[in-house]
Design a protein around this ligand. Structure first.
Ligand code: ARG
Ligand code: ZN
Length: 868
């Protein structure tokens, strides 16, 4: 049941060509598969084992001759053919039931349309196959379906034929000229409308761009189309990579387990990452759509043309593609703001994962369900590892490495080692030590101290790295060695705050510890360390609050300028949390409050940066810094801190909100987006004051907004307040938008993220609301997913939050294992809390573990948690 990386063996047969025929029917779809197989001479065996899942086998033949029952062995999940010739054609016919497929893996129905999701191992739910990414083949796909319910029938590649079948049905044939692994197969059929565009590649190929959506959404596709065109252009400009088919299709579906899927020539997307209009999508939604469209497009080269040999190599394509989409967004918007957003996300999600029972190297060693390893570690940390090659090599060196990678491996299924080797060889360097980043789990800590030698005019930075111990016995957490850390450093003059630019450097720490010296200084400077977050570590550097405030005011590196503020606030908040826990009065956050006011009037930074600089660290991130997380104390401290800062600057904030609100009609240029971002952070500060006047500012913004960004922000702020306008705003929002699933998700989400008293019983009540359903992953995530990361509410001391989540994990797991498994991961942090909460979380984990028919996805998470 457990799959190990070390067990990799090449397949006994290769598949050269695949011919699929689908006779679509919701309950009884018939899939006929002809595969041309060729024995792998390196793996002497005459046995071909094809895997399946929940398939009903109707017939099997070899080279046109039907096999008798004694010539093969078959179950619903395995078909074994013995004594096969070196080359032959195997034909199978199976029946499957898309409409009852609630797992949303394989062929299923969503809003009455057919669609597929095959990564990682969904193809086996469609037909018996060598469902592994190192088996790459050419595909021809014939789809037959009702003309009335399936006027549109799509698959990968080019449409080469179609015909009317007379009986109310029709047929379409698709051919994909590129070899691909089966996880990139896709089929979509149903009643869809197309928003069209085009792109001409650098070498002059005309590509038809098609965005397929349900008819009512046809006017919400333009942003996705433009995002695709920008992505195509960017990949040509930055990496010299062109698209390689005549058509690029994107389909938006409502029921989808993940964000989107890069199927060759036919991406399938969660509609959340396609559909946008100013009235229904926020600025963040627009940004996410652009990023996800880019991500899936970039996969065409990093993922599809060059794919993974086995699933342990997932970060080969995901880490690299996330890195590429991060660079893309940085180029479209602001590199500094993008970097800050990404690192904040990494710290909140990946750092927590890396210190709990799901800690794993970016290239895991084993899994029970591969779907559990589509993690922030593989994706986000993986992207940080790629970024370090980029930091060390520079853009040109990195590009040389990419070029060599494609020259060597185009059309192949390869490993993370192959990528590292290409990067090294193209630049005549050695990246062997980077191997440790792929095999070790956990977040390294980087300890930095500085020493000043006045007579020599020399500053010494002493650096030491180590991993914090991890409980349990997880692979990659024992005997860990130092990893290569590129550390971007700069020095600031301590009086003027000016950058001493001749000292800017990227230091490389490859050993456990090393000293780095800066000579020829007139007076003691202030060091800015780990600029741009040049390595994914926890920086441990003792600094006084004054020094942090200085960096917050002067650092020329925007990331570190922001981070100094976060560190300053974190230190003060943790102290206040302790005071709250001890029942003492809380300190006023004077130093931060002063810095706060200075940032707001600083003309050298844009509004998006200001918004980030005044946003306090999330409660969950503060929790990570405590030995025992005290969610109530953290919440009390953070609320007090915010109210205190708001109280000290009430007039300035009111005036600022007013001037930002006077911007005139909605516009989506970058400056307007930045100003809305700041406006809404300011509004949250104001409403924290809990006065009728400030509540009214939010209520006015809610009712007067001409765009979803302002409206949703005001609603979220009201939903988290005691404002008397709260209920009316929620009701009004529901009345207006209950017919639009993506906007209704927001209505659930703002309530699930509220931390007002009674928030938990509201979430319980909302789970019984007529608009709630466990069949739609977006809806489940917007209520239960959001609630489960709402620290002070989910971790309510009586355990009622845990009970609610436990109930739903059990309810969802039998139908949709992937979704349930994401939800149950909220219990992974249980060791970090007090014994009372630990007990209560353990009770839920044990309750779930004892479910007789527990799916393997949830089983894997729960048993890792229990063993930790
Ligand atoms: N490859 C997709 C992406 O990152 C994600 C698909 C994950 N699917 C899954 N069932 N875990 O773009
Ligand atoms: Zn991806």
């Amino acid at each position: 049941q457990v799959v190990y990386r070390s067990d990799y063996r090449p397949p006994t047969f290769w598949i050269d060509h695949v011919e699929l025929e689908f006779d679509l029917d919701p309950h009884n779809a018939i899939v006929t598969t002809k595969i041309t197989v060729r024995r792998n001479t390196d793996q002497p065996s005459r046995t071909l084992e094809l895997v399946g899942e929940q398939l009903k086998l109707l017939s099997v033949s070899v080279d046109g001759v039907a096999l008798n029952d004694d010539e093969y062995t078959a179950s619903s999940d395995l078909l074994v053919l013995n004594d096969l010739p070196a080359r032959c054609e195997v034909q199978t016919k199976v029946a499957i039931s898309p409409v009852t497929n609630k797992a949303l893996s394989g062929l299923y129905q969503t809003s009455g349309n057919f669609c597929t999701q095959c990564e990682a191992v969904g193809f086996r739910r469609i037909t018996y196959f060598l469902d592994r990414p190192d088996v790459m083949a050419r595909y021809q796909v014939t789809i037959r379906g009702d003309k009335s319910t399936c006027p549109v029938m799509l698959s990968n590649g080019n449409r080469i034929a179609s015909q009317d079948l007379g009986d109310g049905r029709h047929e379409v044939v698709w051919e994909d000229p590129h070899v691909k692994p089966c996880y990139l197969f896709a089929l979509v059929a149903g009643n869809l409308k197309c928003h069209r565009g085009s792109f001409t590649t650098a070498s002059g190929r005309d590509v038809a761009l098609e965005i397929w959506v349900e008819p009512q959404n046809i006017d919400k596709c333009q942003h996705a189309l433009v995002s695709l065109q920008k992505s195509m252009k960017w990949d040509e400009d930055v990496f010299g990579l062109e698209y390689d088919l005549d058509v690029y299709m994107i389909v938006a579906v409502n029921d989808f387990n993940m964000g989107a899927m890069e199927n060759k020539g036919l991406n399938v997307f969660n509609s959340k990452y396609v559909l946008a209009s100013p009235e229904t999508a926020t600025d963040d939604d627009y940004l996410l759509i652009e990023a996800v469209i880019a991500h899936e497009y970039f996969h065409n080269w990093t993922g599809n043309r060059v794919t993974c040999r086995d699933w342990f190599q997932l970060t080969l394509k995901e880490g690299l593609t996330v890195f590429r989409d991060e660079q893309f967004t940085a180029d479209q918007t602001s590199a500094a703001v993008k970097r800050i957003d990404d690192v904040a996300g990494l710290r909140a999600g990946q750092f927590a994962e890396d210190s709990g029972p799901m800690a794993h190297p970016i290239r895991p060693e084993s899994y029970i369900s591969m779907d559990n390893f589509y993690t922030s570690t593989v994706y986000r940390k993986g992207a940080q590892i790629i970024r370090m090659y980029h930091t060390l090599l520079g853009q040109d060196g990195f590009r040389r490495g990419m070029d060599l990678y494609f020259r060597r491996h185009d059309g192949c299924a390869v490993t993370c080692d192959d990528f590292r080797q290409a990067m090294a060889d193209a630049n005549d360097t050695n990246f062997d030590l980077f191997d440790r980043w792929y095999s070790q789990a956990g977040t390294p800590e980087l300890f930095v101290t500085s020493a000043w030698d006045e007579s020599a005019g020399r500053l010494t930075l002493s650096m030491r790295q180590s991993y914090p111990d991890l409980a349990g016995d997880l692979p990659g957490t024992k005997d860990r060695k130092p990893v290569p850390l590129p550390i971007r450093v700069g020095l600031l003059d301590a009086e003027s705050g000016a950058e001493l630019s001749q000292y800017n450097d990227v230091l490389l720490l490859e050993t456990e510890s090393a000293d780095f010296q800066f000579e020829g200084l007139d007076r003691q400077p202030i060091a800015s360390v780990l600029r741009d977050f040049s390595a994914p570590v926890r920086l441990r550097m003792q600094r006084s609050d004054d020094e942090l405030a200085f960096l917050m005011a002067h650092d020329t590196d925007a990331f570190n300028r922001w981070d100094a503020g976060q560190t300053l606030a974190t230190g003060m908040l943790l102290k206040m949390a302790q005071q709250a826990a001890d029942g003492q009065p809380l300190d006023e956050p004077k130093l931060f409050s002063d810095a706060f006011a200075k940032i707001l009037t600083d003309d050298s930074v844009d509004e998006a940066f200001k918004a980030l600089a005044i946003t306090l660290p999330r409660e969950s991130v503060l929790g990570q810094e405590m030995d025992v997380i005290d969610p109530d104390a953290i919440h009390t401290a953070r609320e007090f801190f915010r109210r205190s800062v708001a109280g000290s600057h009430r007039d300035q904030l009111t005036a600022l909100h007013q001037s930002l609100a006077a911007d005139g009609p909605y516009s989506n240029d970058q400056q307007s987006i930045n100003r809305r971002r700041l406006k809404n952070v300011v509004l949250a500060y104001l409403v924290s004051l809990d006065t009728p006047e400030t509540d009214q500012i939010a209520a006015d913004q809610f009712s007067g907004a001409d765009n979803m960004t302002d409206q949703q922000a005001a609603l979220a702020i009201l939903a988290n307040s005691n404002a008397e306008q709260r209920i009316a705003a929620l009701d009004e929002f529901h009345r207006r938008y209950h017919g639009d699933p993506l906007v209704l998700d927001k209505w659930f989400a703002v309530q699930a993220s509220s931390s007002r008293a009674g928030a938990l019983s509201e979430v319980r009540r909302l789970s019984g609301h007529s608009g709630f359903t466990i069949d739609n992953p977006n809806r489940v995530r917007s209520l239960l997913g959001v609630f489960s990361v709402n620290q002070s509410v989910f971790h309510q001391a009586d355990g009622k939050g845990y009970e609610l989540l436990g109930d739903y994990v059990l309810l969802i797991q039998s139908g949709n294992p992937q979704l349930a498994s994401r939800l149950v991961s909220a219990f992974n942090s249980y060791r970090r809390f007090d014994t009372g909460r630990q007990e209560l979380m353990l009770r839920q984990l044990k309750r779930i573990a004892s479910e007789p028919n527990l799916c393997k996805d949830v089983h894997e998470i729960v048993q890792r948690a229990l063993k930790f």
